[in-house]
Write a protein that binds this ligand. Structure first.
Ligand code: AQP
Length: 344
C-alpha cells in the first residue's frame, strides 16, 4: 500500500542544544519543509526518562522550540508542538510495549551507553524509550524521519514494530478496510557530511548535550567569542589537512572539523579539501570560525529574543498540539478498532 509522504522528527529538551543537533537534525528539518508535510516535536516525555528539574524542563522545551523557529521552520505551514500535549503518543507506546520483544530492546546500544554500569537503577522509561519513539513516528503514520546517525538503530526498531503490528493484526487490518498494512515502514533520512558530529575535545566521541566539558560542543546559544574560542581550542593532529578525503579516515579530529565546515557551507568534504588541502589547521580554523559565526550567530540571537517571549512560544506549541492531535487521534481510533478495544 502507498502511504502519503509525511515527515516526523523530535528533539529532546534536555539543555545545551548543540551543533550536532543542528547539523544532524534541525537543518534537515528546515530543508524538508519545502517538499513535505512535516511534524516537528519537542519530545519532553523522552527527556524525563532521565530525571529533569521541572523548571529547567519547561525552559528547555521553550528553547528547543525557539531553535526550530530561529532556524527557519514555519509554524504555520508545518506542525511544531511538544509531545506531552498529545496523549496519543503515550497511548500508542503502550500498544507497542506489547508488540516489541524484550530481545529487541536488549540490543539497543543507546540504553547500554546511557544506563552504564548501574543498569538496575535506570528508569523503565529509559529502557522502553525506543517504543515511545516508534509511537511518536507511527502515530502520524510518518514515512520519513530525518535524524542523526546515532538514531539509526532506534529507527530500525520502529520499522520492526510497524512490521510486526501489521503482521500480528493483518486479518483485523484488512477487515477494517486498511488493506495489507496499517503502518508504513518509516525511512530514516541520514545524509550529508555531518550525520555524526564529534566532540571538539575527542574526535572519537559524539558531540553530546550531556558531556561535562562545555568546550566539547558548540551550543546554539554561544556568542561569537565562545564559538571562536571553542574552535581555536578544538583538538587536532600535527599534520596539515590532506588533499584526499580517504586520508580523513585515520584522522578523526580533522574529519570532524572538515565535516562541520562542509555541512555549514552546504557542500562536500571533497570540495572543502580542494580549498584547504595542504593548509595548516590554524588557517582552516580561522575560516571555520568565520563561517560558524556567520551561520550560527543570527540563530543564537533570534533564539535569545524568542525565549524572552514565553507566551508566544507557548501559543505556537498549543496551536501545533491541536493540529497534531487531530491526526494522532484518528490513528489511535483505528488502532483501537484493529486491536479490538471497545470504544465510544
Ligand atoms: N553529535 C551529533 N551529530 C549529529 N546528530 C546528532 N544528534 C544528536 N547528537 C548528534 C541528532 O539530534 C537529534 C536530536 O537529538 P536528541 O535531543 O533527541 O537526543 P540525543 O541524540 O540523545 O542528543 P545528545 O546530544 O546526544 O544528548 P545526550 O547527551 O543526552 O545523549 C537526533 O536526530 C539526533 O540523532
Amino acid at each position: 500500500m502507498a502511504f502519503k509522504e509525511r515527515v516526523f522528527s523530535g528533539v529532546q529538551p534536555t539543555g545545551n542544544l548543540h551543533l550536532g543537533n543542528y547539523l544532524g537534525a534541525i537543518t534537515k528539518f528546515v530543508a524538508l519543509q519545502e517538499s513535505h508535510e512535516c511534524i516537528y516535536c519537542v519530545v519532553d516525555m523522552h527527556a524525563i526518562t532521565v530525571w529533569q528539574d521541572p523548571a529547567e524542563l519547561t525552559r528547555n522545551t521553550r528553547e528547543v522550540t525557539a531553535a526550530f523557529l530561529a532556524s527557519g521552520i514555519d509554524p504555520k505551514k508545518q506542525i511544531i508542538f511538544n509531545q506531552s500535549q498529545v496523549a496519543e503518543h503515550a497511548e500508542l507506546a503502550w500498544v507497542f510495549n506489547c508488540v516489541a520483544r524484550l530481545g529487541w530492546l536488549n540490543r539497543m546500544t543507546q540504553f547500554k551507553e546511557k544506563a552504564g554500569k548501574d543498569r538496575e537503577n535506570a528508569s523503565v522509561g529509559l529502557y522502553a524509550y525506543p517504543n515511545l519513539m516508534a509511537a511518536d513516528i507511527l502515530v502520524y503514520r510518518a514515512t520519513h524521519v530525518p535524524v542523526g546517525e546515532d538514531q539509526k538503530q532506534h529507527l530500525e526498531l520502529a520499522r520492526d514494530i510497524a512490521q510486526k503490528f501489521n503482521n500480528d493484526f493483518s486479518e483485523s487490518i484488512k477487515a477494517h478496510g486498511f488493506g495489507d498494512a496499517f503502518f508504513p515502514q518509516p525511512e530514516p533520512l541520514i545524509q550529508g557530511p555531518a550525520t555524526r558530529v564529534m566532540s571538539l575535545r575527542d574526535g572519537t566521541k559524539k558531540m553530546s548535550k550531556s558531556d561535562a566539558s562545555d568546550n566539547s560542543r558548540i551550543n546554539l546559544t554561544d556568542d561569537a567569542d565562545a564559538i571562536a574560542q571553542k574552535i581555536r581550542k578544538a583538538k587536532t593532529d600535527p599534520h596539515p589537512l590532506p588533499n584526499d578525503v580517504k586520508e580523513l579516515d585515520q584522522r578523526p579530529e580533522a574529519d570532524n572539523l572538515v565535516g562541520i565546515y562542509a555541512a555549514l557551507k552546504e557542500t562536500t568534504k571533497a570540495e572543502v579539501l580542494l580549498e584547504f588541502g595542504g593548509a595548516q589547521f590554524s588557517t582552516f580554523k580561522n575560516a571555520l570560525v568565520d563561517l560558524a559565526v556567520a551561520k550560527l550567530g543570527p540563530i543564537g540571537a533570534e533564539m535569545k529574543k524568542l525565549v524572552g517571549d514565553p507566551a508566544y512560544i507557548d501559543s505556537i506549541l498549543a496551536d501545533g498540539s491541536v493540529r497534531a492531535k487531530a491526526i494522532a487521534s484518528e490513528t489511535m481510533s483505528a488502532v483501537k478498532d484493529i486491536v479490538g478495544f471497545v470504544r465510544r
